[in-house]
Each structure stands twice: as C-alpha cells, then as structure tokens.
Ligand binder design. Structure first.
Ligand code: NAD
Ligand code: DAU
Length: 356
C-alpha cells in the first residue's frame, strides 16, 4: 500500500472513524478527505486529531460529482487508493426524497470511477492503486428467520437507498471487468459507535432517553439487524485495502444479531443506570410502537467467513462492551450532539415522526 489515500465522505460517521483509525495505526499514511459537508458531514468529527495525526491529514470541501476537482486531486497527490464512503445513507430520508440518493450514490460513484479510470496508470498515479467502495448488506434485501448473506447472495434491494447502493456496486464491478480498474467492494452490516448522526436508531434512542422524549419503534420492533462496532469495520476496511483482491467483494458483519426492541430496551437499562432512573421513572415508559417503515426489511445477517478465512479479520469488540462505550461517548459528548443538530435536523425529526 502506497501512502496517499483519498477518502470520500470522511466527515461523516464511518469515514471520520476510519480516518482517525488509519492515521493512528498506519503512521506512514497521509489522508486527503473530500467531503461536501451535507447535513451528515461535520468537520468537528476530526477537530481533535492532535498535531501528530493532523500533520498527515488534509480536508477538501467538495463534491464527488465535481470531475475537475477529482482530476486535480489526482494530479496533486500520488494516490495509492480511494476509500469511497461518501453517500446519502439514511433509509428513511430515501423514502421521503429518493432523488438525492440517485444523484450522490449513483452519479457520484460513477463520476469517481470515471476519474479513477482516467487517472489510474498515468504517470502521477502510483502503480499500486485500489478503489475500495464501501457498500451495505441492504443490497441483498431481506432475510427470513434463517440463513445469512454471503457474497453470492443475489441483489434484491427494497428501499431507494439500497437500490442506489446496489446500482453503484454494479458500476464498480463493471469498471473492474471492463476496464480492469483494481476495485473492490465491502458490504457491511449496521455500524454503531461514536460520531453517528442522531437520525439513526442507536444515537436517536440514547438522546431521546436523555431528553425524556418518546422512543419510536417501527412496526412490531422485531426487525433484526447485525450490529458491527465502527472501529472493527474500519479495521476490516484497512485489511481489504491492503490485502484484498481486485474484483472481489467482502461481506463484513458484527455477528451480533438483535431485534430492534431488544436494542431499545438495552439502551433504556444502560441509561437508567447512568441517569439514576427506576420504577415508574424508568426510561422504558418512553417506548412507543409507531407506524412501520414502508418496505422495511425484516432481518439482516452477514456470513463473514470469506473475510475471516482469506484476510484473517474478525470483529475485535464484544457487542455488550462496545454498546456501553457508545452510550458513554454520547453522554460525554453532548456538545458535539448540539453542534450537529442544526435547524435542518429538527425539521427532519418533525417530518419523519409526525403521524407515525
Ligand atoms: P454518513 O451519512 O454519516 O456520512 C456520509 C458523508 O458523505 C457525510 O460526511 C456527507 O457530507 C458526505 N457526502 C454526501 N454526499 C456527498 C457528495 N456528493 N460529495 C462528497 N461528500 C458527500 O454515512 P455513514 O453512516 O458514515 O456511511 C458511510 C458509507 O458506508 C456510506 O456509503 C453507506 O452507504 C455505507 N454504510 C453505512 C452503514 C452504517 O451502518 N452507517 C452500514 C453499511 C454501509
Ligand atoms: O445495514 C446497513 C445499513 O444500516 C446502512 O447501509 C445504512 O446506511 C444505515 O443507515 C443502516 O440502515 P438501517 O435502516 O438498518 O438503520 P436505522 O438506524 O435507520 O434503523 C435500524 C432499525 O431500527 C431499522 O429496522 C429501523 C428501526 N428504527 C429506526 C429508527 C430511526 C426504528 O424502529 N425507529 C427509528 O426511529
């Protein structure tokens, strides 16, 4: 792995954790972070890097669809790879407004691939080059009570979000097959951890518990997600980047399947202990079953055998410990929470939960 890496969407949840992790565990890597700073992007996520890490980090405010800008980044840096996180990532938002998902996730990925094809192999781009596309298990659709998603599972997306990610995955595969671009895809399960935007289940519930607001559980609460600690995901991406084979897909999962209602009850228990609530003051009283998400996938579960056997990765954190660390992170970082809850955020919460 050569040492200049372009990270897209590095001001978001997983991207910022990835940059922090990479700069810490790979002291010879330099990172250029290209991010458009949508509602989900926050440069404050990386403000506290400290001088040692910050010296190897550069932020560029821009859009992945800006072809001239991508060409310029290629010409100014001897890139050894791109890790592509930038996306519209929230399923509920894709139901309300799908177009932005096509724009960023499909067109944006396509433009980035085109720029990579144009510049890869030119004099100023190192011989070792990898395009790592960060995708989701949602492209595989929904599982029943048995079975797991493998890399061979047929694509069957349910939401505009997952359809847009599926489309982008197909473009990445096509660029490998047609042009030989050394691209790889990772499809991972639900991440949790620090810096996750509080529109997603875990941070939303933690903050609503603190503020004694209703905890909206969609449908019967028995939908299952396979939870992956974000730092474990970042380590898996580093593995794939360094040792993965071009043209391959790697599934990444936490091996921690939980029903949504179990997650919400666990968060109530953890928060009650920390906030000194019990009896009729317990946070469990805030749980409310609300109208289901349209097209709501019932169960996701990853078979991560391939990345375990071929690259030697497995999750390094137990769910029970990492969820406690996550809860504590939010309690200790309310300043960050307030800084990301803009007027736009409040508008979204009002729109999404109104009438549910
Ligand atoms: P996020 O919404 O927290 O962050 C997305 C980032 O992309 C933001 O910083 C945003 O400003 C940036 N961005 C959006 N449009 C852009 C554009 N046109 N140009 C440049 N930057 C742009 O997302 P996340 O949860 O960190 O997810 C990162 C990636 O991982 C996404 O591709 C998502 O599909 C995938 N993924 C996420 C999860 C999860 O549980 N969060 C699981 C599987 C896969
Ligand atoms: O599986 C990977 C995917 O995980 C990623 O590709 C997406 O980017 C990421 O957002 C996430 O998608 P989900 O839709 O699974 O995550 P979310 O946190 O929105 O919801 C998790 C589950 O909780 C889901 O079954 C819906 C439910 N839910 C969610 C919210 C926000 C509720 O019951 N109430 C809520 O208020």
């Amino acid at each position: 792995m050569e040492n200049y890496l372009l990270v897209t969407g590095g001001a978001g949840f997983i991207g910022s954790n990835f940059i922090r992790r990479c700069l810490s565990v790979r002291p010879d890597w330099c990172i250029v972070n290209l991010d458009a700073l949508t509602y989900a992007g926050n440069p404050a996520n990386l403000e506290d890097l400290g001088p040692n890490l910050a010296a190897r980090y550069q932020f560029i405010h821009g859009d992945i669809k800006d072809t001239a800008l991508i060409d310029r980044i290629f010409s100014e840096h001897d890139l050894g790879g791109i890790v592509h996180f930038a996306a519209e990532s929230h399923v509920d938002r894709s139901i309300v407004g799908p177009e932005a998902f096509v724009d960023t996730n499909v067109t944006g990925t396509f433009r980035l691939l085109e720029a990579s094809r144009r510049n890869w192999g030119k004099g100023n781009v190192k011989k070792f080059f990898r395009f790592l596309h960060v995708s989701t298990d949602e492209v595989y659709g929904s599982l029943g009570s048995h079975g797991y998603f493998t890399e061979e599972t047929a694509y069957d997306p349910s939401s505009p979000y997952s359809a847009s990610k599926a489309a982008s995955d197909h473009f990445v595969k096509a660029y490998f097959r047609t042009y030989g671009l050394p691209a790889m895809i990772t499809n991972c399960s639900n991440n949790y951890g620090p810096y996750q935007f509080p529109e997603k289940l875990i941070p939303l519930m933690i903050l609503n518990i603190i503020e004694e607001r209703p905890l909206p559980v969609y449908g019967d609460g028995k939908n299952i997600r396979d939870w992956l600690y974000v730092v474990d995901h970042c380590d898996a991406i580093i593995k794939v980047l360094e040792e993965g084979r071009p043209g391959e897909t790697y599934n990444i999962g936490g091996g921690a399947e939980r029903e949504n209602i179990e997650i919400v009850r666990l968060l109530c228990n953890l928060m009650d202990t920390r906030l000194g609530r019990s009896g009729d003051k317990s946070s469990h009283r805030l749980i409310q079953f609300v109208a289901d998400r349209p097209g709501h996938d019932r169960r996701y579960a990853i078979d991560a055998t391939k990345i375990k056997n071929q690259l030697g990765w497995k999750p390094g954190h137990e769910f029970e410990e990492a969820i406690e660390a996550t809860v504590d992170w939010y309690i200790n970082n309310l300043k960050w929470v307030n800084s990301v809850r803009s007027g736009e955020y409040r508008k979204w919460i009002e729109t999404n939960y109104q009438g549910r």
